[in-house]
Design a protein around this ligand. Structure first.
Ligand SMILES: Nc1nc2c(ncn2[C@@H]2O[C@H](COP(=O)(O)OP(=O)(O)O)[C@@H](O)[C@H]2O)c(=O)[nH]1
Ligand SMILES: [Mg+2]
Length: 377
């Protein structure tokens, strides 16, 4: 928000505190000064105070300026994915290279080594078993010719599993497209809502954020900071307000303003808390009443560092919440990125996005081929 100075020309006494404060605000860009200010060198007068003030505002509220959404990221998506899975690749790829180097003809002992690598990267027992079964089957029909071929076959298997879930997202016949972000506490729902808003804006779409986590005041403020960073508007209510009511307002606003994308940040909930699951149901019904077919996407936000536990939780969640896809966050902080493969196979849901850090641009659209290539290159 930009304020306009109401100081009259006669009030502008260089020694007065108010004048100095307004000069400093003008330097931060938060205060607009009228042309009549031109005789006063505001930037020289108070630039040091302005720097202090700006630092204080940023500390208290985060940056109020829209972060530049990097029209030309210095790294391409593949490099960024590669960077994000560094820790997983270091344990995964190096050990697979060892197997490949030692293996002339792929035998049972090489496959057993591979099994232990897959398990330690959090692919989980059922997915690892399925991959090993397919490789054994192949080896029975046609010998696997050394480590390089084993690596290639593994790649194909992983890409096939990750590409299998083909959840068709119902495109709305008229805007807005409504996306809910759901999941347990701390997985990254609010952060991902903000990043998605910026991502969608960067695609040239119009975006609105809805703060439907009314449980904690901090969640509303956190989303406001994200809205300011990504330069989108936010619809919110007071803490403790009815999430379905704020959603109603947000959908109505999105409809009347012809907004393309409405992202709805929701409160953290466990599938076992029936009150909160009912609340989510009510939100679904509210959205559907205003926009037929809504919500068009329900993204379950999962924290990659929680591994198989997170998967177990997600399995139960997807059954009751109509989840259409996954946002897998904190991939940058784990050596167990193999969880993405387990998710695709066991939940039969596509991983739509991955979170690779805490910045606005640290959200990548998921591509099975890029993911597997960056794990196994
Ligand atoms: N390193 C990293 N941290 C993340 C990522 N996504 C979210 N976080 C952090 O995880 C914490 C919880 O995120 P938040 O969005 O508040 O979770 P919520 O409770 O589900 O809304 C915050 O400190 C975020 O900065 C990610 O992709 N990578
Ligand atoms: Mg939150």
């Amino acid at each position: 928000m930009i304020y306009t100075s109401h100081l009259s020309i006669t009030d502008k006494q260089p020694g007065s505190m108010r004048f100095r404060a307004e000069c400093a605000l003008a330097c931060t860009g938060l205060l607009q000064v009228t042309p009549e200010w031109s005789p006063f060198p505001v930037h020289q007068l108070c630039s040091r105070l302005a720097i202090k003030l700006k630092r204080m505002i940023t500390t208290l509220f985060g940056s109020s300026e829209p972060e530049k959404s990097d029209p030309k990221p210095e790294k391409n998506l593949f490099d960024r994915m590669r960077q994000a899975v560094t820790r997983t690749r270091e344990s995964f790829s190096a050990r697979i290279s060892d197997i490949a180097a030692l293996t002339r003809a792929v035998d049972e002992s090489a496959l057993e080594d591979l099994e232990s690598v897959l398990l330690s990267s959090d692919l989980g027992v059922p997915t690892t078993t399925a991959i090993l079964d397919a490789l054994r089957d192949r080896a029975r029909h046609q010998a696997i010719d050394g480590g390089a071929e084993l690596r290639e076959l593994l790649k194909q298997q992983l890409i096939a599993i990750l590409s299998a879930p083909q959840q068709v997202v119902a495109a709305p016949s008229a805007p807005p497209k409504i996306t809910f972000l759901v999941g347990v506490n701390g997985t990254g729902k609010t952060t991902s809502s903000g990043k998605l808003a910026a991502w969608s804006r960067a695609q040239g779409r119009t975006v609105l954020l809805c703060a439907a986590d009314t449980f904690r005041a901090a969640a509303i403020e956190q989303l406001e900071v994200w809205a300011a960073r990504s330069g989108v508007e936010i619809i919110k209510t007071r803490q403790g307000g009815d999430p379905a009511a704020v959603l109603f307002d947000a959908v109505s606003a999105a409809k009347s303003r012809s907004i393309d994308d409405l992202f709805v940040d929701t409160a953290g909930r466990l599938h076992t808390k029936s009150g909160l699951m009912d609340e989510l149901d009510k939100m679904r019904r509210t959205a559907a009443r205003l926009v037929p077919g809504a919500p068009h996407e329900v993204l379950l936000v999962m924290d990659a560092t929680t591994g198989q536990n997170g998967l177990q939780q997600a399995r139960q969640f997807t059954q009751s919440a109509g989840v259409t896809g996954i946002v897998l966050t904190k991939l940058d902080g784990t050596a167990k990125g193999g969880i993405a493969v387990a998710i695709a196979r066991e939940l039969n849901l596509p991983v739509r996005f991955v979170g690779v850090g805490e910045k606005m641009t640290d959200l990548l659209e998921f591509s099975p081929t890029e993911f597997v290539d960056s794990l196994l290159e």
